[in-house]
Every structure is written in C-alpha cells, then in structure tokens.
Design a protein around this ligand. Structure first.
Ligand code: E4P
Length: 214
C-alpha cells in the first residue's frame, strides 16, 4: 500500500518524506489556500521534494478549460497528476487527457457508479472521500470495498486513493481491504507511529541500561 500526504505544507511534506514512507502528495484548492505562497511556485517546490505523483486540481468547470489548465500544470513538473472533479465535463476532460498520456486523479468520488465511470474514462487514479461520507452517517469504507470488487471484476488499472482520511483506523481498514493508496493529513501519519506501550517499553530499556556495568 502506498502512502500519500494530503497537504500543501512544505514543512510537513519535507518531514514526512524524510521518514521514508511517503510516495506522493494530494492537494486541493482548500489545502493550497492555507499556504502563503504563489501557486505555481508552491507546486514546483512540492514536486521537487516528493518522489512520486503530486495531484493538482483544476478550477474550470467546462471540459476544454480543464484540459487547458491541465496542460499548464503538467508543464510544471514531470510528476504532476491532474485532479479533475467527477462531473460530465470532468469525464470528457479525463478521456481527452488520458489520450494525451497526462495522468488524471478523478476526485470527489462518493459512489461506486462514479468510480466505474472514472475508470472507464481512463483515470489513472480515483479519490473516494470516505471521511465526508462518515460525516453524513454513511460508512465510507463500504464504498472502498465496493470499488475494489468492481475494479477486480473487470481488471481496471485505475488505482484507488482512499481520501478524506480522518484517523489511523481509516488507514488500517483501507489496508485490510487492499486499497492501493491512502492519502492522509500529516497529523494522521504521526498517529500511526505512536503506541503507548512503545513509549513505556523504551523508557524501561533506557532505565535498565543505566544499571548495566560499563
Ligand atoms: C483528497 O484528495 C482530498 O484532498 C482530501 O482527502 C479531502 O479531505 P477532507 O474531507 O478532510 O477535506
């Protein structure tokens, strides 16, 4: 399972990449708006730090505009992936971009039928938002299970990015289901590391080491 970081914060990205467990980054307009930096400069910097795909979202609502934006983003760095919203125009843009070998991550996926359409249109990645489904009392992880079944039935190459992750259990459950990628905020990544018994165990070892004759 690959881990992506769901942030546009350079410090968090640098730190997480240095742990050796991050293979990509996902951004969105909300995450970009939190950083006090010129947009293209920020994307270039992220792409220099991150070893794998960096998703950058288009703002146009109409497919030709999406394609034009995508072409500009794709020139910023080789590892840019274009985030396209799940709409009819988004499908048209995805088909056009996949024909041009520009990778697309279809975002704002909330149903198995949307995931199926994205894969058929040629998306390299899809981003089902599980936390936002949980927020409205709909189990987000069920959606992941359904999409995995559908993609396996037809051997689609499209990779599933489990998105809108809110806590470590989301990551563990996604891994148990066999999802390709989990994209998570830095705070969730930190929580994956921590276990109170690890801290207690380490403290005890260090204390006992003081008793060792040296
Ligand atoms: C995914 O690509 C999105 O950027 C993100 O996971 C959305 O998460 P949120 O629901 O916490 O905003």
């Amino acid at each position: 399972m690959k881990f992506f970081l769901d942030t546009a914060n350079l410090e968090q990205i640098k730190e997480a990449v240095s742990w050796g467990v991050i293979e990509g980054v996902t951004t969105n307009p909300t995450l970009i708006s939190k950083e006090n930096m010129e947009f293209e400069e920020l994307i270039k910097k992220i792409c220099e730090i991150v070893p794998g795909p960096v998703s950058v979202e288009v703002i146009s609502q109409e497919w030709k505009g999406m394609v034009e934006e995508a072409k500009k983003f794709a020139e910023l760095a080789e590892n840019v992936v274009i985030k396209i919203p799940m709409t009819v125009d988004g499908l048209k843009a995805t088909r056009e971009l996949s024909r041009k070998n520009i990778k697309v991550n279809m975002t704002l996926i909330f149903s198995p039928s949307q995931a199926l359409l994205a894969a058929k249109a040629g998306a390299s990645f899809i981003s089902p938002f599980i936390g936002r489904l949980d927020d409205i009392s709909t189990p987000g992880m069920n959606l992941i299970e359904d999409i995995i079944t559908i993609f396996n039935n037809y051997m689609f190459d499209t990779e599933i990015i489990v998105a809108s992750i809110r806590h470590p259990l989301h990551v563990v459950e996604a891994a148990l289901l066999g999802a390709h990628i989990a994209t998570m905020p830095f705070q969730v990544l930190e929580k994956l590391v921590n276990h109170p018994l690890t801290n207690i165990g380490l403290e005890r070892f260090l204390k006992d080491w003081e008793k060792v004759k040296k």
